[in-house]
Ligand binder design. Sequence first.
Ligand code: B12
Length: 225
Amino acid sequence: MKYLKKTEDKIVKSIEQLEEDAVLKLANDALEAGMEPLYLLKLMAEGMTRVGKLYESRDYFIADLIMAGLIYKDVLRLDHMTRHFHSNPEGTIGKIMIGTVKGDIHDIGKDILRGMLEVNGFEVIDLGVDVPKELFIQKYEEHKPDIIGLSGILTNSIDSMKEVIEAFIGTGRRNEVKLIVGGNHLTEGACNFIGADCFAKDVSDGVEICKKWISGSNRKGERND
Ligand code: B12
C-alpha cells in the first residue's frame, strides 16, 4: 500500500515536471501491476491541474502546456489503455455526437469521453475541436444522434455552448435531442445559463447520464427538470 502511494505521487509529480519517459514508464508499470486505467486518469488529471497552476503563476509557458498535452496523449496510447477503451463488439445502444466547442482546441477530455462511450456501446460521431454551431446543426441533420455532448474547458467555452443550444432552438430541433455539456469548470448555474439538459465535470459521470437517458423513457426531448 505504501509502495502504491509512492507510485501515485511519482506519477503526479512526473507529469507536473513534464518528464515524459518517467511518466510513461511509471504509468505502464502501474497498469501492469493492476492499477485501474480510470484511476490512472485521475492521477494524471491531478498532474495536469498542477501544470495549469504553474502556467497561471508564469513558471510554465505555452510550450509546457503543449508538452503536458503530448505526454497525456502518449499515456492514452499505451496498450493497457487502448485495450481498456476499445469499441464494444456487441453492437450499439445509441448514437452520440460530440465535439469541443468553437474557440476551444482542448481535446484530451473529449477523446477520453469518446473512448468511454464506445466501450459502453455507443456509436460516436466526433466532430473534433473548435466546432462552430453551424457544423453541429449540419451534422445533426446528417446523423440524427440521440444525444449531443459538448466539451469545453476554457471559461469562455460557456458562451460557445450556449450559442450551440440557441442555434438548435432557432432551427426548432432543440426538443428532438438530449444535450449534455462537460468540463471541470462547469456548475449547475452555468448549465442553466447554457440551456443544456445536464452537465458533468467528469467523463465517467457523463457516460452514466447518457446511459440513463438511452435506457429511460425520456430518451429524447424531455428535459430532466
Ligand atoms: C494541456 C493543456 C493545453 C494544451 C491542450 C492539448 C490538447 N490536445 O488538448 C494546449 C497547449 C493546446 C492548451 C492551450 C491553451 N490553454 Co490550456 N491547458 C492545458 C491543461 C494543462 C490540461 C488540459 C487537459 O488536457 N486536462 C486533462 C483532461 C482529461 O481534462 P479535461 O479536458 O478538463 O476533461 C475532463 C473534464 O473537463 C471532463 N470533460 C471534458 N469535456 C467533456 C465533455 C463531456 C460531454 C463530459 C461529460 C465531460 C467532459 O471530463 C474530463 C475528466 O474526466 C489545462 C490545465 C487544467 N487544469 O486542465 C490548461 C488550461 C485549460 N488552459 C488554459 C489556457 C489559458 C490555455 C490557452 C488560452 C493558453 C494560451 N495563452 O494560448 C490556450 C487555449 C487554446 C484554445 N483556443 O483552446 C487555462 C484555461 C483558463 C480558463 N479558465 O479559461 C488552463 C485551465 C490552465 C490554467 N490553469 O491557466 N492547453
